[in-house]
Design a protein around this ligand. Structure first.
Ligand code: HPA
Length: 285
């Protein structure tokens, strides 16, 4: 096997290499990164001065196989603020390890990112969340049966036993609610439960999740949030309720519906994200 230039054996060195490859493609130095989930990638199409890098061209970034995930890193400007956005992510259910799933998040940190905005499509468990609603993630339940920090710890990234009492920044949650109120978009806060997928849940599993306190359920986000917190990156999570979870409504769930709802909220979602990016930027500088 031919080793890529600069690729070391350790995770840290491989992440440094990926960061170097990305830096060579843009002069922008984003301090805010976004992960755009199922059907939500369109936001990055409107960036100014954008450069799009297919994941295949970044060593260590995996190709997304899920429909609705373009598989491109887009670096550009939103309201003059430089940002990096993943148009599509890879998931545990695709067969990737959680180290592979979270590799881009580690890369963002070495690129100088301070704030990570994670978005996803999810099933609504709390009946106050209707199809198309936006939920600000206040906390999560990691029910994936794995943890991205399992294995050797590299102290250059963070501590062996990182604190998870406030994964999702309180300040950022409030900032989103303020922006949503300012533009007349309804948002609610809630707890996101993550399962590995890829099958959707049974009604009995949703019953269990509801009793555990979950307001929405999905198959992503949590590994990325854990890794970001491990490295001291501030996290914001926004979930688009694309369908009611199994048994909450009697309708069967399908990926087409998930995508169609993502498409329907596209403009509202983009407007909210634009405002949030501006507010985060003007707050940190
Ligand atoms: N369950 C799990 N993941 C999802 C769902 C769901 O109902 N909708 C979108 N992603």
């Amino acid at each position: 096997m031919v080793m890529a230039e600069g690729a070391g054996t350790g995770l840290y060195e491989r992440v440094e290499h990926a960061a170097r490859v990305i830096r060579a493609r843009t002069k922008l130095e984003p301090r805010i990164a976004l992960v755009l989930g199922s059907g939500l990638g369109g936001f990055a199409d409107d960036f100014e001065d954008a450069v799009g890098i297919p994941y295949e061209e970044i060593p260590g970034f995996m190709r997304s196989t899920a429909e609705g995930h373009a598989g491109r890193l887009v670096i550009g400007k939103v309201n003059s603020v430089p940002v990096a956005a993943m148009q599509g992510r890879v998931h545990y259910y695709e067969g990737y390890s959680l180290e592979e799933v979270t590799f881009p998040i580690r890369t963002f940190k070495l690129l100088g990112v301070k704030t990570l905005i994670l978005t996803n499509a999810s099933g609504g468990i709390n009946v106050q969340l209707n199809q198309g609603a936006l939920m600000v993630i206040s906390d999560h339940l990691n029910l994936m049966g794995d943890n991205p920090l399992r294995g050797r710890n590299d102290e250059r990234f963070g501590p062996r036993f990182p604190d998870m009492t406030a994964v999702y920044s309180r300040d950022l949650q409030e900032l989103v609610v303020e922006e949503a109120n300012a533009i007349g978009v309804e948002v609610r806060r809630g707890i996101y439960g993550a399962l590995s997928g890829p099958s959707y849940e049974t009604p009995a599993e949703i019953h269990l999740l509801r009793n555990l306190g979950a307001d929405a359920v999905g198959m992503s986000t949590v590994p990325e949030a854990i890794v970001a917190r491990h490295m001291g990156v501030e996290v914001l999570g926004i979930s688009c309720i694309t369908n009611m979870a199994a048994g909450i409504s009697d309708e069967p769930i399908n990926h087409e519906e998930v995508m169609a709802t993502g498409d329907r909220v596209r403009d509202t979602f983009a407007q909210l994200l634009r405002g949030v990016v501006s507010r985060v930027h003007s707050r940190v500088v």
